[in-house]
Design a protein around this ligand. Structure first.
Ligand SMILES: O=C(O)c1[nH]c(=O)[nH]c(=O)c1I
Length: 310
């Protein structure tokens, strides 16, 4: 069974990887993803120029429908992840994620990456929902265009963007109209569904502390929105912009569905957090089983092959 994909000239021997933010905070965690059977790549925790502690208090919770988090962008700084990525980029194609709190921070980090020995892929996170007072850039189409214009004036290495989920067909049209104007290597869709709220039934209290309990939703609850965003963007984006599908992956059928909607790679967040890096081998085996049932021996045979009723 062939389960490879290519983005920006990189060949991925497996289509699975972690979702940024999950199991990728420290070199110890990153090494586990790097060596996990079934994982074809990894992405580092979204970085800021300087180290950040993130939001105080309980900031992650599992729940029946998935997870809720308001981490608040805790990370060990761009240099920490850049050093790791440079040290390991010859072992697998790697993604380095950045999430500056300002355009200036993003441009500063991109200049540093441009001038560095890192030659992998950069994921510009435009969708962190959990920094108090900071809106999700991906919902501001003009600001998104502005950042990409200033970025591509100097940045020449493979770059993609991590997008928030969109819930209006008009917004699929609008974000695609922006993205299609730039030589992006990929989009990664979706980030968590921003600012949900969950209650602990024992105590009638919000499950997480930051922002009065408001946080990004992941896991099973995110699957229909993830499928719609992968499909909606695949249908609208230039063929040269590849798609990483993220959201709601619990089993091989979920991976299959994201590929059916157009995903080239598939990333796993909540289920990785709950199960650990052995999840990749399980998902790979279950995907292979699903493909066998359907008569496919290569993911390239059914990518974007979703049928519709009319
Ligand atoms: O709270 C976080 O650190 C976080 N949490 C998310 O669910 N998505 C993000 O992009 C980020 I930067």
């Amino acid at each position: 069974t062939t389960m490879t994909a290519s983005i920006a000239g990189f060949t991925f021997e497996d289509i699975l990887l972690n979702a940024a933010g999950v199991y990728c905070q420290t070199t110890e965690e990153l090494d586990q993803i790097l060596t996990a059977p079934g994982a074809g790549s990894l992405v580092t925790k979204s970085a800021t120029p300087a180290e950040r502690a993130g939001n105080p208090g309980v900031r992650y919770a599992d729940m029946p429908l998935g997870s809720i988090n308001s981490m608040g962008l805790p990370n060990l700084s761009l240099d920490y992840y850049l050093d790791y990525a440079i040290a390991h980029q010859d072992e697998k194609p790697l993604f380095l994620s950045i999430a500056g709190l300002t355009k200036a921070d993003n441009l500063q980090m991109l200049h540093e990456i441009q001038d560095s020995d890192f030659n992998g892929l950069v994921e510009l996170n435009l969708s962190c929902p959990n920094v108090p007072g900071k809106p999700q850039t991906g919902y501001d189409f003009d600001t998104t265009r502005q950042i990409l214009e200033e970025t591509f004036a100097f940045f020449k290495k493979p770059l993609g963007v991590k997008l928030p989920p969109y819930f209006d067909i008009a917004h699929f049209d609008m974000i695609a109209a922006v993205l299609n104007d730039f030589p992006l290597a990929f989009v990664n869709t979706i980030n968590s569904i921003g600012n949900g709220l969950m209650v602990d039934p024992e105590t009638d209290t919000a499950m997480i502390a930051p922002k009065g309990g408001f946080g990004g939703l992941g896991g099973a609850i995110a699957k229909p929105t993830a499928l719609a965003n992968v499909r909606g963007l695949r249908q609208r984006l230039n063929a040269g912009i590849k798609v990483i599908g993220t959201g709601g992956v619990q089993n091989g059928r979920d991976v299959y569905d994201l590929v059916l909607c157009g995903a080239d790679l598939v990333s796993v967040g909540t289920t990785l957090h709950q199960e650990g890096p052995e999840v990749f081998n399980r998902l790979k085996a279950e995907l292979a089983e699903q493909m066998k049932l359907k008569g496919y021996d290569d993911v390239n045979q059914f990518r974007s092959a979703l049928q519709t009723l009319n």
